[in-house]
Design a protein around this ligand. Structure first.
Ligand code: ATP
Ligand code: MG
Length: 174
C-alpha cells in the first residue's frame, strides 16, 4: 500500500526550522520527489539557499514571493494581501500533482500575526492530496495544527551566537 503523505511541523523559538526543512528537501530530492518551498515572510530567503535551489532546479524550487510583511514590523493591508497570495499559490502547488513535498515556510507566523486565518491553513491541510508530504514551519504553531500533524518538532533555544553579539554568519544564517 502506498505511504500516506505526512504533515510535519517545525516550530519553537530556537534556530533550525527553515534549515531543517531545507535538509528534508535535500533528502527528498535524492529520493526522486519534486520539492517546492513557499515563503510567507519577507526577506526570509537567504542567498545561500536561493543559490543552491538554482543548482537543483527543477527538482527543488523556491518561489520568489519576497514581498509583504516582516515580523519586525506591524503588519499592514499590503502584508495581508501578500500572505493571502502566498496562500493561493500554496493551494495551487499542493493540488498540481507535480510535487512530492511542499514546504510552507513561516506560515505559522503568518497565522499568529492574523494575516492568514487558522481555518484557511486547516482546510489546506485537510484537503491535501493523499500522498503529498507537507511541511509547515514557523514559531508559535497553533495547537489545532499540531494536533493534525504526524510529526511536530519544537526547536528550543539553549544557546545562540547572537547572545554573545555574534551577528549573522555567512553560510550559517544566510
Ligand atoms: P534558520 O533559518 O536558521 O533555520 P529558523 O527558521 O529556525 O532559522 P526563524 O524563526 O525563521 O528561524 O528566524 C528568522 C531569522 O532569525 C533567521 O535569520 C534566523 O537565522 C534567525 N534566528 C533564528 N533563531 C534565532 C535565535 N534564537 N536568536 C537569534 N536569531 C535567530
Ligand atoms: Mg525560518
Amino acid at each position: 500500500m502506498a505511504q500516506r503523505g505526512l504533515l510535519i511541523v517545525y516550530t519553537g523559538h530556537g534556530k533550525g526550522k527553515t534549515t531543517a526543512s531545507l535538509g528534508l528537501a535535500m533528502r527528498a530530492v535524492g529520493q526522486g520527489l519534486k520539492v517546492i518551498m513557499i515563503q510567507f515572510i519577507k526577506g526570509g530567503w537567504k542567498y545561500g539557499e536561493l543559490a543552491t535551489a538554482r543548482r537543483l532546479a527543477p527538482d527543488f524550487q523556491i518561489l520568489p514571493l519576497g514581498k509583504g510583511f516582516t515580523w519586525e514590523e506591524k503588519p499592514a493591508g499590503e502584508d495581508e494581501r501578500a500572505a493571502q497570495s502566498a496562500l493561493i499559490k500554496a493551494r495551487e502547488v499542493i493540488h498540481s500533482g507535480e510535487f512530492g513535498l511542499v514546504i510552507l515556510d513561516e506560515i505559522n507566523n503568518a497565522v499568529q500575526l492574523g494575516l492568514v486565518e487558522l481555518k484557511q491553513v486547516l482546510d489546506l491541510v485537510k484537503e491535501r492530496p493523499e500522498r503529498l508530504h507537507l511541511v509547515l514551519t514557523g514559531r508559535d504553531a497553533k495547537r489545532e495544527i499540531m494536533e493534525l500533524a504526524d510529526l511536530v518538532t519544537e526547536m528550543r533555544e539553549i544557546k545562540h551566537p547572537f547572545q554573545k553579539g555574534i551577528l549573522a554568519v555567512r553560510g550559517i544564517e544566510y
